[in-house]
Write a protein that binds this ligand. Structure first.
Ligand SMILES: Nc1nc2c(ncn2[C@@H]2O[C@H](COP(=O)(O)OP(=O)(O)OP(=O)(O)O)[C@@H](O)[C@H]2O)c(=O)[nH]1
Length: 701
C-alpha cells in the first residue's frame, strides 16, 4: 500500500508502561517497518518508568491516545476509568514471585512452596513495588497464604539481582522475561511461585485506549490495533532481528542476547492454546475481575461497569490452527458438526405429528436456539449460503472475521470474498452432485493493504427454507500458507544466491590463473599444467613440444612508445599466439615480455613449423600506439620431450634455445637439438630475418 503523505498522517502517542525493552517490541517493529504509516499514523512511543505518566492516567487524561496496561485495567474500569482494552499481547502474565531456593534443592520439578513457607518468606526479606491493583497475580498467592500484599512494605533496591544472588533477598517480584532470565543466566538457584492453575491466565501487555476515542473514531482505533498486532507478529517471527533493532534504536544499554532471551519468553506467553495473538474474551475478563473482587480491589456492584472494557470490532480475530494435525482434527470435528446438525434438523422435522405440533414447534424452537448458540460460539468459522445465488444466510462471528464477510447481511454474497464459490462454478457443481466436499483449500484474495487469506472448508449441501444451500465450516490456514509461500521464495532465493556464489568462485578461480594484461594463462598455471601434460604424454607415449617466445629489444619499445604502447604490443603478441593455437595447446604469459606455448602431441618438426609461422606473423604486425605504429620481432626457442625428461629440463632446453636465438641476432627460431640430451644443447637455427631493424629504430609512421 502506498504510504500516505505526512500531511495526511494522524499524530498519536502510546504511553508505554516501562522503559524500552522487548516488552514493547511490536510497537518498535510496526514503527520501523512502516505499518503505522501504512495505516496513516505518525506514532510517538513514550517510555514509562520512574517519573513518567502511568499509562491509564495518560490515556484517560487525553495526553496519549493509546497505552500499554495489564489486568489492572479491569480494576480501573470497575472503579470508573474510561478505558477500553484493544488487544492482549500476552495471554499469561510474565509477573511472578521469585523465591530463594537452597542450593541443595536442585531436584527438577521441586514441589511448589507451601503456604506456610510463602508466608514466612513474605514476612522476611521481600522486595516488591507497585500498585496492588496492577499486580493481582502477585497478590493472589499471598492472599492464599493469608497475607495481604497491600500491607507488605514496598522496597526494591537498584540491584535486586545482585542482592538476591548474595542471599540478601528471599522473595522478590520480577518478570519471567527479564529478572528470571538473568537469574537463569547467572545460574542462581531460585523457585517461581506458580499461580493456581484454576485461575484464569492474567492478560498482560494490553493495548488500550479511552472509551471516548473508541466511540468517536472506531475505525481509527481499529487501524491502530491492526498495525500494532502486525508489528507484534513480525516481532515474534524474527526475535533476533527485533532484538537487534531494539538494541540499535531504543535500548543500546541492553545486549542483543539479553533482548532475545526476553523475546523468546514473551513469545511463549503470547499464545495460549490456539488463540490468535491479541485475542481477548469477555468471559475471561469477567473471571479476572471476579478474582479482583475477591481480593477486595473492587466491589460486586462495580462488576456492572466491566461491560465495555472489551473492544468490540466487526472483525474478531480468528483462532488459527496452522498445525496440520489440528487442521485435520478440526476438519473431522467440522464434519461431525455438520452431520449432527443435519440429523438434528431431520429429527426436529419428523416430530410434525398433528396433535403434538405445538409442543414440537416449541421444542424445535428451543433446539434451534441452543444450536444457534453453539454455532455462534463455535471456535471456527461456520456459515451457510445459497448454492444458486451465493447469498450468505448465516455466518458466525468467526466467519465474519476470517472470511471477510463484514457488511450488510442482506447484501452479503459468498463469492465476493471467496471467488471460487461463485454460483454455477466448478465447486458448487461438485457440491450439488456429491453433497459433501471436505478440506477444500480456498484463497480469499487480498484487498488493498490486506494480504490474501486461505481457509480449508468442509461443505455439505442442505435444503434451507426451500432453497439449496451450502452449510460450511472452515479452518484458517493463512499462517501455514504464508509460511509455505515464504519458504518457497526463500528456497528460490537461496538457489539464486548459490548460483551467484558459484559464478563468483569460478571467476575468482579463473582470475587466479590468468594474466590481467593479456588474458592468457599465467606462470602459476603453466607450472601445474606443464607437469600434468608431460606425465600424460609419457603415459600415452606421445611427443610434447614447448616454445619460449621472447620479444626482441622490448625495452626500446617501452622507451619509444611509452609503457602503454609497450602494453599494447604485448597484447598484440598474445593475440597472435592465442589465435593460432589448437584447442589442446596451452598459451601462457610467462612474465614480462616472455611467452610460453605448450604443444601436446607435437614433435619438434611440427613445433618448429608453428614457431616459424608465429614469428612471421608477429614480425608483420603493425601495432597502433599513441606514438605511431610499432613493429616487433620475437626470438623463439623450441624443445621437444626426450625419454625420461621432466618439465624443468624441457623448459631449460627451450630457454637455452631462445638465449641462442638472441645471441645469433634475434628474430629467429632456434631448435634445441634432440641428440644432445638434457645438458646444454647444441642448437639448430631456423633461418629468419636476422637483420630486421630493431623496433625503436624503426621509423614510427
Ligand atoms: N609495457 C610493459 N613493459 C614491460 C612489462 N613487463 C616487463 N616490461 C619491460 O620489458 C623490458 C624487458 O627488457 P629486457 O629484459 O632488457 O629485454 P629486451 O629489452 O626485450 O631485450 P632482449 O630480450 O634482449 O631482446 C623491461 O624494460 C621491462 O620494464 C609490461 O607488462 N608492460
Amino acid at each position: 500500500m502506498a504510504c500516505l503523505p505526512t500531511a495526511a498522517m494522524q499524530a498519536v502517542s502510546v504511553q508505554l508502561s516501562w522503559t524500552h525493552q522487548f516488552q514493547f517490541a511490536g510497537y518498535y517493529v510496526a514503527l520501523a517497518r512502516g505499518y503505522y504509516r501504512e495505516e496513516g499514523f505518525d506514532v510517538e512511543l513514550r517510555p514509562g518508568g520512574h517519573g513518567a505518566a502511568a499509562p491509564v492516567d495518560a490515556v484517560t487524561l487525553g495526553r496519549s491516545e493509546f497505552g500499554v496496561g495489564n489486568a489492572g485495567l479491569a480494576v480501573r474500569r470497575m472503579k470508573g476509568a474510561d478505558v477500553v482494552a484493544l488487544a492482549a499481547v500476552l495471554q499469561e502474565t510474565p509477573l511472578v514471585w521469585i523465591a530463594a531456593r537452597p542450593p541443595t534443592d536442585e531436584r527438577a520439578g521441586a514441589p511448589a512452596l507451601t503456604h506456610e513457607r510463602l508466608a514466612e518468606l513474605a514476612r522476611a526479606r521481600v522486595m516488591w513495588r507497585g500498585k496492588v491493583d496492577d499486580q493481582v497475580e502477585l497478590a493472589l498467592p499471598l492472599a492464599a497464604a493469608g497475607i495481604d500484599l497491600a500491607r507488605v512494605p514496598q522496597a526494591m533496591p537498584p540491584d535486586p539481582i545482585e542482592q538476591f544472588e548474595a542471599g540478601e533477598i528471599e522473595l522478590m517480584s520480577g518478570y519471567r522475561s527479564t529478572e528470571v532470565q538473568e537469574l537463569r543466566r547467572r545460574g542462581v538457584p531460585h523457585a517461581l511461585i506458580e499461580l493456581d492453575r484454576r485461575l484464569p491466565g492474567f492478560y498482560s501487555e494490553i493495548l488500550f485506549t479511552s472509551g471516548a476515542l473508541a466511540a468517536q473514531d472506531p475505525q481509527r482505533v481499529e487501524r491502530f490495533r491492526r498495525a500494532t498486532l502486525k508489528g507484534w507478529r513480525a516481532a515474534f517471527d524474527d526475535i533476533e532481528g527485533t532484538a537487534r533493532l531494539i538494541h540499535r534504536l531504543h535500548a543500546p544499554h541492553l545486549g542483543v542476547e539479553q533482548l532475545m532471551a526476553e523475546g523468546r519468553e514473551l513469545e511463549s506467553l503470547s499464545h495460549r492454546d490456539d488463540i490468535e495473538l491479541g485475542h481477548m474474551s469477555q468471559l475471561h475478563w469477567r473471571r479476572v475481575a471476579d478474582e479482583q473482587v475477591r481480593l477486595g480491589l473492587a466491589s460486586e456492584a462495580d462488576l456492572a461497569r466491566l461491560d465495555g472494557l472489551l473492544w468490540r470490532v466487526d472483525r474478531e480475530p480468528v483462532a488459527l490452527m496452522p498445525d496440520p494435525m489440528r487442521v485435520a482434527l478440526t476438519g473431522v470435528v467440522a464434519a461431525l458438526w455438520l452431520t449432527v446438525w443435519g440429523l438434528w434438523r431431520i429429527a426436529a422435522r419428523s416430530r410434525a405429528e398433528a396433535d403434538q405440533l405445538k409442543a414440537a414447534q416449541q421444542q424445535q424452537g428451543d433446539d434451534d436456539l441452543r444450536f444457534q448458540f453453539l454455532m455462534d460460539v463455535a471456535p471456527f468459522p461456520v456459515l451457510m449460503f445459497g448454492i444458486r445465488d451465493g447469498h450468505v444466510a448465516y455466518a458466525n462471528e468467526r466467519a465474519i472475521g476470517a472470511l471477510g464477510l463484514a457488511g450488510d447481511s442482506a447484501e452479503l454474497r459468498i463469492h465476493d470474498s471467496l471467488p471460487s464459490l461463485r454460483p454455477g462454478g466448478e465447486l458448487m457443481q461438485r457440491l450439488q452432485s456429491s453433497r459433501i466436499l471436505r478440506d477444500v483449500e480456498l484463497e480469499r484474495p487480498g484487498v488493498g493493504a490486506e494480504a490474501a487469506h486461505w481457509s480449508l472448508l468442509t461443505m455439505r449441501a442442505v435444503e434451507y427454507e426451500g432453497k439449496p444451500c451450502a452449510f460450511a465450516a472452515a479452518v484458517d490456514i493463512t499462517l501455514r500458507k504464508r509460511a509455505e509461500i515464504e519458504l518457497s521464495l526463500l528456497s528460490a532465493q537461496r538457489g539464486r544466491i548459490i548460483e551467484e556464489v558459484e559464478q563468483l568462485q569460478a571467476k575468482l578461480r579463473d582470475a587466479s590463473v590468468r594474466d590481467p594484461l593479456t588474458g592468457l594463462f599465467n606462470r602459476r598455471y603453466l607450472d601445474a599444467t606443464l607437469r600434468r601434460e608431460l606425465h600424460r604424454s609419457q603415459r600415452e607415449s606421445r611427443p610434447l613440444a614447448l616454445m619460449v617466445v621472447d620479444a626482441d629489444h622490448f625495452k626500446r619499445i617501452n622507451d619509444h612508445y611509452g609503457h602503454a604502447g609497450g602494453d599494447e604490443v604485448l597484447r598484440q603478441i598474445a593475440r597472435v599466439l592465442q589465435d593460432r593455437h589448437r584447442s589442446e595447446d596451452v598459451v601462457c604469459r610467462y612474465g614480462g615480455e616472455e611467452f610460453v606455448v605448450v604443444l601436446p602431441g607435437s614433435d619438434l618438426g611440427f613445433a618448429a613449423e608453428r614457431a616459424e609461422q608465429l614469428r612471421q606473423l608477429i614480425a608483420a604486425l603493425e601495432i597502433p600506439t599513441d606514438g605511431g605504429f610499432a613493429h616487433i620481432t620475437v626470438s623463439i626457442g623450441v624443445a621437444a620431450t626426450l625419454p625420461g625428461d621432466d618439465a624443468d629440463r624441457l623448459f631449460k632446453r627451450a630457454d637455452a634455445a631462445v638465449y641462442q636465438a638472441k645471441h645469433e641476432g634475434r628474430n629467429r627460431v632456434v631448435l634445441a637439438s634432440v641428440a644432445t640430451g638434457p645438458s646444454l644443447p647444441a642448437q639448430v637455427t631456423l633461418p629468419g630475418e636476422p637483420d630486421r631493424p630493431a623496433p625503436a629504430e624503426a621509423d614510427p609512421s
